[in-house]
Design a binder for this molecule. Structure first.
Ligand SMILES: N[C@@H](CCC(=O)N[C@@H](CS)C(=O)NCC(=O)O)C(=O)O
Length: 212
């Protein structure tokens, strides 16, 4: 399998999931500005949508959209318990969280906040008005257990972790208002799967810097 990724992008979550599952994979680093893959050519040939993440299976088929990629990884190694069993009410909860994180946090907050073409007034509205209404939702869920679905770490936690990584840069004071999110972040940071993903991104950044 090949995971197309970019440092700081949402591909951190599938990296964590693959590491948690102990599945072998190759990383392909994509320059999101030029849509070029390091050592390969155009990323648009892999995923015409041009967005991270994409997972290419050994048969050449491509899975795109982070929520789908994460679900696929979880189902590939069910023993890793990264998702409740398909067809159960708990699995529906996981889908709810993946959708919530994609639409509310990733697209509504992070896309706007880190897009250089979005007017500053809109960024301030999102940071000061939208974000404070969203963060209490995962924070409340984490009041009853260490992870979004309770005791078990799932792919939704990997995705939430990535969003909190960027939110901690965007609005550290807002995040500090939510001790549950803060302790979740600390807890997930210590997982070996997360350290491995950060190390891979660090090496990719260093390599890109050396190539400039
Ligand atoms: N609909 C996609 C969106 C993913 C997405 O926005 N990825 C960002 C990185 S976090 C990206 O590829 N940005 C590059 C661009 O917009 O050109 C998903 O949910 O996976």
């Amino acid at each position: 399998m090949k995971l197309y990724a970019s440092p700081d992008a949402c591909s951190l979550a599938p990296q964590i999931a693959l590491n948690e599952a102990g599945l072998p994979y190759d990383l392909r680093w994509v320059d999101l500005a030029t849509k070029q893959v390091c050592g390969e050519g155009s990323y648009l040939d892999v995923n015409p949508k041009g967005k991270i993440s994409s997972l290419v299976r050994d048969d050449g088929s491509v899975i795109t959209e982070n929520a789908s990629v994460l679900s696929y990884i979880a189902d590939l190694r069910r023993e890793a318990n990264l998702a409740p069993a398909p067809g159960t009410p708990e699995r529906l909860k996981l889908l709810e969280w993946l959708t919530f994180i994609t639409t509310e946090l990733h697209k509504q907050v992070l896309w706007v906040s880190f897009n250089p073409h979005v007017p500053t007034a809109m960024k301030h509205l999102v940071r000061d008005d939208v974000l404070p209404k969203i963060l209490p939702i995962p924070s409340r869920a984490l009041a009853t257990g260490p992870f979004l679905l309770g005791e078990q770490f799932t792919v939704a936690d990997a995705y939430l972790y990535w969003t909190l990584t960027l939110i901690s840069r965007l609005a550290p004071d807002e995040l500090a208002r939510h001790p549950n999110l803060h302790s979740f972040y600390e807890r997930v940071t210590t997982r070996p799967s997360v350290a491995k993903a950060h190390a891979a991104e660090g090496a990719a950044r260093a390599q890109a810097g050396a190539g400039r």
